[in-house]
Design a protein. Structure first.
Length: 279
């Protein structure tokens, strides 16, 4: 495990309660392989600056609606953060340093920025893992859910409008389910961000970068058979034969009854023969 993955794993280790995970730090750390000179303190200061301005704008008001409006003004009107509709699958949309520098992001990266500013001004908001379109929610004083869409300048949504978001992504083929609006954990947020990057890099056939992303995913979910299997195949593709064997053997240990278990056993034997022929 390289140093950057070790630093990331230290923030998301299983013994750390999810609510104690530093979401912003973790998201900035997984950007380091792509941006080795990244100065995390600079971006922490940027987020704190946003929060300070929200404090000034809302004044002494404790009305959550006023706080939400103040966050929206600072992030989307003053700073100009917006959804990158023209290049939605640009990997830069998933790295918070790029989102903050370019003022462009996708729903989940913009939501993380919003969450971190909200936390610093005392507004409890929670991630909502709506399929295809990440959202936030806040509970008002009456316990009602208020949904916030940072991808569209912090627009407030009703549950019916959440269905509209689904319709835009799935062409009306996916009805809204109650569980789609449940809060998600910080580990789930980080995993979703990383899965987005993995999908992009694999679609670009940039397997080296995809492999790095899977290292971070496995730091969160070290016993995930599917991720181990994929990392093994990517490692094999990159010529990391012994590491591929280690992953496949761990995959078979964790999922001995997998439908492809026999195929993976044969793959291990084939890789071992390849290694023997090199010696």
């Amino acid at each position: 495990m390289n140093k950057v993955v070790e630093d990331f794993a230290a923030l998301v280790a299983p013994d750390i309660p999810d609510e104690k995970i530093d979401l912003l730090q973790a998201a900035l750390i997984f950007a380091r392989p792509e941006y080795p000179a990244l100065d995390r303190s600079r971006y922490l200061d940027v987020i704190q600056n946003f929060a300070n301005r929200v404090h000034l704008r809302r004044g002494t008001s404790e009305d959550p609606a006023h706080t939400i409006a103040s966050i929206n003004v600072v992030l989307f009107h003053e700073e100009g953060l917006s959804g990158n509709q023209a290049e939605f699958y640009d990997p830069r949309n998933s790295y918070l340093n790029e989102v903050l520098d370019r003022k462009l992001g996708i729903p989940i990266s913009l939501s993380v920025i919003y969450m971190e500013v909200a936390r610093r001004v005392g507004l409890p908001v929670f991630g909502v893992g709506l399929p295809g379109h990440f959202l936030l929610k806040h509970y008002d004083l009456n316990g009602n859910q208020i949904f916030i869409d940072p991808y569209v300048a912090g627009r407030l949504l009703s549950p019916a409008e959440c269905q509209t978001r689904l319709d835009e992504v799935y062409s009306g083929q996916l009805p809204l389910q109650p569980e789609f609006l449940h809060s998600v954990s910080k580990r789930q947020i980080l995993t979703r961000m990383l899965n987005n990057l993995r999908s992009i890099y694999i679609s670009q056939r940039n397997f080296k970068k995809a492999l790095t992303v899977i290292d971070f995913i496995l730091a969160i979910h070290p016993r995930s058979p599917d991720d181990l299997r994929q990392r093994a195949l990517l490692r094999y593709n990159e010529g990391m034969l012994r590491a591929a064997i280690e992953d496949l053997e761990e995959y078979l240990r964790l999922a001995p009854d997998a439908s492809d278990a026999e195929e993976m056993k044969q793959t291990v034997l084939s890789i071992r023969r390849s290694i023997a022929m090199m010696n």
